[in-house]
Design a protein around this ligand. Sequence first.
Ligand code: SF4
Length: 442
Amino acid sequence: MRIDRRALFATAMAPTPTPAPIEVDEGFARQCESRLEELRAMEPLSGLDLRGLLAQHRFGRRAFLGWSAGITAALMLPPIFTSKVAEAAELTNRIPVLWLEGQDCAGCTEAFLRATTPTVSELILQRWALQYHETLMVPAGFQAEQSLAAAAKQYAGKYVLVVEGSIPGGANGGYCTIGASGQTFLDKVKSLASSAVAVVAVGNCAAYGGIPAAHPNPTGAMQTSDVVSGVPVINIPACPMNPDNLLGTMVHYTLTGSWPALDSELRPTWAFGTLIHDNCPRRGHFDAGEYVEQWGDEEAQANFCLYKMGCAGPQTYNNCPSIGYNENTSWPIRAGHGCIGCSQPAFWDQLARERSLVSAAQHPPGLFGLGVQSSADEIGLGLLAAAGAGIAIHAIATGASKLQARRHATDGDAHLPPPPAQSRGPGTETGAQGGAQTEGTE
Ligand code: SF4
């Protein structure tokens, strides 16, 4: 595997642009209030009562408001919006959702469902107005197709279409057909997207093709945005997607009637606006040049940085360090494995490295493989030593020039200039060191 060291270093060291917060003014507050008013007047599409569910799972009002405050902060809204966000979460069951699965492993559905000890998020997701979901629904065969057709007709122009899995385009879409009629997934996504209010692509497969699209991509797997046009496409990537990111995005839509700001890869910036590397708990070790060199070594046991083991955190935008998975029980880097970049396009071919950077003779950023902070210290020490040498040379030179001046005065040659100063040494060394650093770290 060929590794582009220049690109790796550039992305590891580039500052992350800060996501722009939502512009919160009176107009925005009014927009939210009228949206909530409109939703209150609508009949719930799911019979489950959130307060009853919360009580059943021993979540009090305080826990629910605490959850709402967290989502409010994550969406970059001021705390005064907490009660509105709480109400929007309760009203998500007014938004009809059709959920399709194509070329996938159902991992995102599993993440959505995981309900052995459900969190507040999961209870809210359970109440979603899911009108169609092949893995979860009771009807099968023609009955399931009738349910889908009926829901698509009844909620045309209002439903959110969730797509899970990549969309094979090879053999005219024939690698993935769904249901008794044998309609291709490709046609199904296209036709249902045309009447949706928006399409939300969950997981890396739907967002960017995922593993099915990895080389040599035998089925011609495509991402959702390749086949959908005319409606907004929102990507919630990762493998699997984090249900909190899906829920936060839907709460934003429920509250405001609009979709959150997206980045160039169609990901909501509130969730995917920062590099994993910038918020990683191991970042201090990266800066200090303290790396795991081999699985299971002492450095691994001390939770040192996984960069040399191929960690893709410096190239990956996601909020894993702050929200984790499974009620923030863990996430890959906390569990001791480097990030594989699963929220990035083409991650399987480009970021999920099979070999560690150690075996690829890869050097981490910094001087002599010492890391950024160490390099700074090394340079600082070098400068100190060079400055000390410079002072000594300067003192010797000054003494010599005074001696020479005295000798010249004695000799009657007092008009001759003193010998050239020799204090350029440290500066020259610094320049050379800087050059070596650039070369060594590219
Ligand atoms: S473990 Fe990965 S994300 Fe964390 S500091 Fe190291 S390189 Fe960056």
